[in-house]
Design a protein around this ligand. Structure first.
Ligand SMILES: NC(=O)c1ccc[n+]([C@@H]2O[C@H](COP(=O)([O-])OP(=O)(O)OC[C@H]3O[C@@H](n4cnc5c(N)ncnc54)[C@H](OP(=O)(O)O)[C@@H]3O)[C@@H](O)[C@H]2O)c1
Length: 312
């Protein structure tokens, strides 16, 4: 099969398209002809070698988390050949930048019927992260005010749509050029982080930092007395900020969410996608052969929604 392997950890130039052995499914697993993937910031982290003790020191790893394709061989009672499925692999065990992918039958879900392979493939990692952050960890409910920092990025744009579905009142932050998209998503108030601060006239029971930029001290004055800050990436630039982040995380009003692949929650996301309550937004589609370009585009930023990888 064709796969984008990493010749070495490092820059996007290290991706090489190669013929490699097609993996074989074990009991409980499913082999899919993968038709699409996406690029997530964690793929950049893995590409640079942060997980090399797990992804391998001397091999040529295949990475990539999101997948969507057609089952060719099933050793799981949940799926049969011909089923179209989507889901997310853990970053350290991701191997989705390939034509064929073995997945755990317990965590995949049938692809939303109304979406293309690329539209479906950009969704699992970000939608599940947003759901687990806002609803599971954050306890968001109808009528709550929530601030979503980075509301037009991959996780943020799903978070806004989920918060509106729940019935919350949403303030979103983004750069000036993305404010119109933030309003289209349903944000009730949009803050341009380039020129404005978080409003001080309002206090939020929940702040969700979907951008990985906020510390406890950035948000404390904007939270209600019982308010909760949910983060998905500690804001760490240097040793001192690492110490601050570690201390902050001992505080019960701050929670770090790490995505868990979860079939019941992904099935719920599939339902919301089919009802058009959640709408995927593909900013740009790259071919598997262009995976290096896609990684560069992600690192440049400046787009809304997600980058997709089509695997023909
Ligand atoms: N813990 C987990 O399981 C988990 C899961 C998914 C993602 N993550 C992490 O979460 C972060 C976001 O992921 P993503 O997929 O959404 O990335 P993304 O698509 O690249 O989006 C990043 C967002 O950050 C915003 N941003 C950049 N600078 C900002 C600032 N100074 N203030 C406010 N917002 C700012 C961007 O807004 P503009 O485009 O408007 O500038 C954009 O919306 C990444 O660090 C990722 O690794 C963690």
């Amino acid at each position: 099969m064709r796969a984008a392997v990493l010749a070495h950890y490092g820059s996007p130039d290290q991706f090489v398209i190669k013929a490699v052995d097609t993996p074989k499914p074990e009991e409980g697993q499913v082999l899919i002809r993968n038709r699409a993937s996406s690029v997530n910031p964690v793929d950049v982290v893995v590409r640079k070698g942060a997980f090399r003790l797990v992804t391998g020191l001397f091999n040529e790893p295949i990475i990539g988390c999101d997948y969507c394709g057609t089952v060719v061989r099933s050793r799981s009672s949940r799926f049969k050949a011909g089923d179209e499925v989507f889901g997310v692999l853990s970053p350290a065990d991701g191997h989705a930048y390939a034509e064929f992918v073995v997945i755990d039958g317990a965590t995949a879900v049938l692809k939303p019927a109304n979406l293309s392979f690329t539209e479906a493939a950009i969704t699992p990692l970000t939608a599940l992260t947003a759901w687990q952050s806002l609803v599971v960890a954050g306890g968001l409910k109808a009528g709550d005010h929530v601030l979503i920092n980075g509301c037009t990025g991959g996780v943020g744009y799903m978070a806004v749509q989920i918060a509106k579905y729940v019935g919350a009142i949403v303030t979103g932050t983004c750069r000036g050029a993305h404010m119109a998209f933030a309003r289209e998503l349903g944000c009730d108030t949009v803050v341009n982080y380039e020129s404005e601060s978080i409003p001080t006239d309002k206090r939020y029971p929940l702040i969700f930092d979907a951008a990985g930029r906020m510390t406890w001290s950035d948000t404390e004055a904007s939270l209600t007395d019982e308010g909760l800050l949910v983060i998905i990436r500690p804001h760490v630039d240097n040793l001192s900020s690492a110490v601050t982040a570690a201390v902050d995380l001992t505080w019960p009003r701050m929670k770090l969410v790490i995505l868990q692949a979860n079939a019941p929650e992904l099935a719920m996301v599939k339902g919301l996608l089919e009802r058009r309550i959640l709408k995927p937004h593909v900013a740009q589609t790259f071919l598997l052969e262009e995976i290096g370009l896609a990684h560069r585009r992600l690192e440049e930023g400046g787009f809304v929604g997600k980058l997709a990888i089509a695997i023909d």
